[in-house]
Ligand binder design. Structure first.
Ligand code: MHF
Ligand SMILES: O=c1ccn([C@H]2C[C@H](O)[C@@H](COP(=O)(O)O)O2)c(=O)[nH]1
Length: 279
């Protein structure tokens, strides 16, 4: 994951300081890309311990179509707490758009079920796209996440908002467009999450995982992460060998995976680095 450390340096060196919605302030660049060959190892950051249970739990939660934090909290995962209402609601975020995109005539589109079906039946397709960017449900930027949810909108606009797959020579590759990316806290999570999703869909479609390509819009470091004990501490560290992902079972569908099916082997990271999250 040397490419991640190089990207931290790129943002520090080439970024412009900008105000942002949260009021924290960021240093940001616009338009970057990382590529991960999933055949050489699983891209889980080794220069700090990443909370993989949180990554896997969040993905299983998205895949189930759930948009309420109650299930995540019951698993001990608290990464979405700050944006939820008192009942745990987040509005129609990823899970809703992926599994139940509402159409004007009252139907619900299960984009992920249709995707798996399309990969199986038309692997040459150039239309293997899933989007969470539903303009009808976007939050109003001047309102709090909770007020948006109470008004029936998403708590946060989708950050990882569109992804596409390609099948070539028996391998499944995935490219994500992430419009806004918190490089220290969110991005390591997002890389692991989409790499895991690619493995799961590949298994369901009798393919091997290929590449994960991560394309960024506004890629930023929050100014309160640019400190000796956070970003600069990580830059002092040397990357270690990547772990491997083992899928221990092949469930009947993409929507039947459980924590026990997903195992990371050989993960030997540097210690975790705590950092404040911008809400
Ligand atoms: N500013 C911001 N950055 C994000 O990455 C982000 C948001 N907001 N809002 C929505 C989700 C929530 N995500 C999050 C939220 C928290 C952590 C976080 O605090 N991670 C810690 C470990 C947390 C734990 O152990 O409970 C970390 O060190 O990675 C990561 C991703 C990603 N998203
Ligand atoms: O999966 C995620 C979700 C969120 N983020 C980050 C990116 C931004 O720092 C904030 C969202 O703020 P906006 O004003 O809506 O852009 O959350 C992430 O990196 N990954």
């Amino acid at each position: 994951m040397q490419v991640y450390l190089d990207l931290l340096r790129d943002v520090i060196t080439n970024g412009r300081d900008r105000l942002d919605r949260t009021g924290v302030g960021t240093r940001s660049v616009f338009g970057r890309q990382l590529r991960f060959d999933l055949t050489v190892g699983f891209p889980l950051l080794t220069t700090k311990r990443l909370y993989f249970k949180g990554v896997a739990g969040e993905l299983l939660w998205f895949l189930s179509g759930d948009t309420n934090v109650n299930w995540l909290q019951a698993q001990g995962i608290h990464i979405w707490d700050e944006w939820a209402t008192e009942t745990g609601a987040l509005g129609p975020i990823y899970g809703a758009q992926w599994r139940a995109w509402p159409t004007p005539d009252g139907r619900l589109i299960d984009q992920l079920a249709e995707l798996v079906d399309a990969i199986r039946t038309r692997p040459y397709s150039r239309r293997l796209v899933v989007t969470a960017w539903n303009p009808a449900d976007l939050p109003r930027e001047e309102l709090s996440p909770q007020d948006n949810v109470r008004a029936g909108r998403m708590a946060l606009a989708p950050c990882h908002c569109l992804f596409q797959f390609q099948v070539a020579e028996g391998r499944l590759s995935c490219q994500l467009y992430q419009r806004s990316a918190d490089l220290f806290l969110g991005v390591p999570f997002n890389i692991a999450s989409y790499a895991l999703l690619t493995h799961l869909i590949a298994q369901q479609c009798d393919l091997e995982p290929g590449e994960f390509i991560h394309t960024f819009g506004d890629l930023h470091l929050y100014l309160n992460h640019l400190t000796p004990d956070i970003v600069y501490a990580q830059l002092e560290r040397t990357p270690r060998p990547l772990p491997r992902l083992i899928l221990k079972r092949r469930p009947p569908t993409l929507f039947d995976y459980d924590f026990e099916d997903i195992e990371i082997q050989g993960y030997d990271p540097h210690p975790a680095i705590r950092a404040p999250i911008a809400v």
